[in-house]
Design a protein around this ligand. Structure first.
Ligand SMILES: Nc1ncnc2c1ncn2[C@@H]1O[C@H](COP(=O)(O)OP(=O)(O)OP(=O)(O)O)[C@@H](O)[C@H]1O
Length: 294
């Protein structure tokens, strides 16, 4: 049997509550190859961030575990860098210094000062932010901050890049630019990526596989879709591509037919809140409010 690069094995988790323990995840199994781009998609509250936090080593699974390159994950580490929705830059440090902090943490013993300087500049160039390296986070736009957050993670040369809705807070145009940059960087560097998204088009455009999660409690992987679109991928050409549209519909069917938005079910207003057809929605956020799974 082939050993995969990253193995998520029989993972389940229970959170303590005042009442009885809350079972968020049950039996999550996923093997990921080196260089693969995986998207996690599912209704709000189903457990996507919990999966990511377990891989990051921030949460401990109640049962099962995560193996990265043959080693069990039992704590956070620079081999698994996390990009959050809201960049999390330190506001009193410049763009350069924010990246420097991460670089020093990882390379203090193996790179000289000059090498670290070149490495920081190189990573800022990758995300087209070298021109603003002496600015403070408060002096740059949301999209630029997100670029710096990505540069900071890439500069740590992590084995796995974990992205929790990295473009969720951005306007559509900035989001598209950053998606294109991420595809370009990933094709150059061959990063292994797990990205949470609510955006179906984003998932299809970027991913090698889309992992679709069932609604909680005791959420698990419902279906996995192999996206076999050739790379590099061009968003304009793909907008009318039959294969792209087919993949998109598969995900929409899973979200809006097989795993009907639980908030809508509860409130018995499916006709107005859920899209009439899968084609009517491309974003699990498209509903009037963010759907809740549990
Ligand atoms: N630390 C915690 N303590 C108790 N319950 C938690 C904790 N973290 C997550 N949960 C619960 O576990 C479930 C999954 O949460 P999680 O944040 O992973 O969902 P999600 O799919 O990432 O949601 P969203 O898309 O809204 O970010 C939810 O019901 C949530 O309330």
């Amino acid at each position: 049997m082939k050993n995969s690069y990253l193995e998520i094995s029989h993972v389940g988790i229970e959170f303590p509550t005042d009442d009885k323990p809350f079972r968020a995840l049950q039996g999550v199994d996923l093997s990921i190859d080196q260089g693969e781009f995986i998207s996690l998609i599912g209704h709000s509250g189903c457990g996507k961030s919990t999966v990511l936090n377990i891989v990051a080593g921030l949460y401990e699974a109640t049962e099962g575990g995560v193996i990265l390159e043959g080693k069990e994950v039992d704590k956070p580490g620079p081999d698994r860098a996390v990009v959050f929705q809201n960049h999390a830059l330190l506001p009193w440090l410049s763009v350069y210094q924010n990246v420097e902090l991460a670089v020093k943490r990882v390379f203090r013993k193996t790179k000289t000062k000059a090498e670290m300087h070149d490495w920081i500049e190189h990573n800022l160039q990758l995300v087209h932010m070298e021109h603003a390296m002496h600015k403070l986070p408060g002096e740059i736009s949301g999209g630029m901050k997100q670029r710096v957050g990505i540069a900071r993670c890439l500069a740590m040369q992590p084995k796995v890049l974990l992205m929790d809705e990295p473009f969720g807070a951005l306007d559509a145009l900035t989001r598209a630019h950053l998606q294109d940059s991420l595809m370009e960087i990933q094709s150059r560097l061959g990063n292994t990526v797990i990205m949470i998204t609510h955006d179906v088009d984003e998932a299809v455009l970027l991913s090698d596989r889309i992992v679709m999660m069932t609604n909680g409690p005791a959420a698990t992987i419902g279906e996995i879709l192999d996206v076999k679109l050739a790379r590099p991928r061009d968003r304009l050409a793909l907008a009318e591509d039959a294969e792209f549209i087919h993949y998109r519909q598969q995900v929409l069917r899973f979200l809006y037919e097989k795993q009907k938005n639980p908030a809508v079910k509860t409130e018995e207003k499916s006709a107005e809140a859920a899209p009439a057809t899968p084609e009517a929605a491309t974003d699990a956020h498209n509903d009037s409010e963010k759907p809740e799974a549990a």
